[in-house]
Design a protein around this ligand. Structure first.
Ligand code: SAM
Length: 308
């Protein structure tokens, strides 16, 4: 498997999952780990192309002590936090264990296997700090796993000490054209171009997933009591042609090469048992067609807020 061509995650491969009933609908196997690591490198370049020197957008002081990376995946952001704050303790929590062999674990990182929605007790049980003890709670790309955003923001708020920061990076699975107009809603009727996205969204929302969690994070933070909320937006173009800089071009290329198979498997996972195999294949075909042909983009949003 190379980064430019994700052979092995096409339709012929059978992904492995955390479990078949969890709200989380992405795999937790080696090809997925390769994808997450590559995606992280692309995102770092995109942040940098907009003047952000790392994934962490919150104005963190050098004196931070406890940091939590929720849904840490391969541990790539935990590692970045531990490198930037060598005096701090970084806790990475995930439903699945962090895979070994990708990078050496820094001595100031502890990984825990837990569901963040079980709250601070689940962190305590794994030996991590609890309520009011963190300076930073971070998560990236939980959109396809977080089944209760309101509770998650409340838990994040509870875990922080006064003055601590929460930062949420997430995706909006709605499609915008170059002018910023939402085009997935208007063409989501039966037989229309983005019907596949509407069908996916309806099924996913039954388990609590929010396909606009990136945009909604800001208001959820406000409701949870955060202040000094700020949001950054980044485009994920369908292909490199419309991107505004070389980093976005590479991300656009990634959408075509890696996110086509990604959606293929998400559709299969979400729709199995709800539709016939033939109907699922048709939804997958429509998805590929629209991602390949449209001058359009998804938007990924980063929101930060401080606990007052
Ligand atoms: C798309 S991956 C992103 C990983 C990493 N944050 C990154 O940016 O590369 C989402 C991760 O969140 C984890 N996850 C989803 N729901 C979770 C929950 N309720 N509690 C803890 N981890 C969760 C998944 O197991 C998965 O590893």
């Amino acid at each position: 498997m190379t980064m430019d061509s994700p052979q092995g995650i096409d339709g012929s491969y059978t992904p492995a999952y955390h479990d078949k009933v969890a709200a989380y609908v992405l795999p937790n196997d080696a090809p997925e780990h390769v994808r997450l690591e590559y995606q992280c490198r692309l995102l770092r370049d995109v942040y940098a192309s907009h003047g952000q020197q790392s994934e962490f957008h919150a104005p963190l002081p050098a004196s931070v002590n406890n940091l939590l990376d929720v849904g840490c995946g391969t541990g790539v952001c935990s590692d970045a936090a531990a490198a930037r704050f060598p005096q701090a303790h970084v806790y990475g929590v995930d439903l699945s264990p962090v895979p070994g062999g990708i990078r050496e674990k820094r001595p100031n990182i502890q990984y825990l296997v837990a569901d963040i929605l079980k709250g601070p007790d689940a962190l305590n049980a794994g030996g991590a700090p609890g309520i009011g003890e963190y300076d930073f709670v971070f998560s990236r790309l939980l959109a396809l796993g977080m089944s209760d955003w309101r509770s998650y923001l409340k838990i994040g708020h509870d875990l922080l000490r006064t003055g601590g920061w929460m930062e949420v990076h997430d995706f909006n699975f709605i499609v915008l054209d170059a002018s910023g107009k939402v085009i997935s809603d208007e063409s989501s009727a039966p037989g229309e171009e983005f019907e596949w996205l509407r069908l996916l969204r309806i099924e996913a929302s039954k388990t609590g997933l929010d396909f606009e969690s990136g945009f909604n994070a800001q208001s959820l933070m406000r409701n949870a009591g955060f202040v000094a909320i700020q949001t950054w937006r980044y485009d994920w173009w369908f292909g490199p042609k419309h991107a505004s800089n070389p980093a976005e071009e590479k991300l656009g290329q990634y959408v075509l090469t890696w996110m086509l198979p990604f959606f293929h498997h998400v559709i299969n996972r979400v729709m199995t048992g709800k539709m016939s195999e033939g109907e699922i294949s048709e939804v997958q075909r429509k998805c590929k067609e629209s991602l390949r042909q449209r001058e359009a983009r998804f938007v990924y949003a980063v929101s930060v807020g401080r606990k007052a």
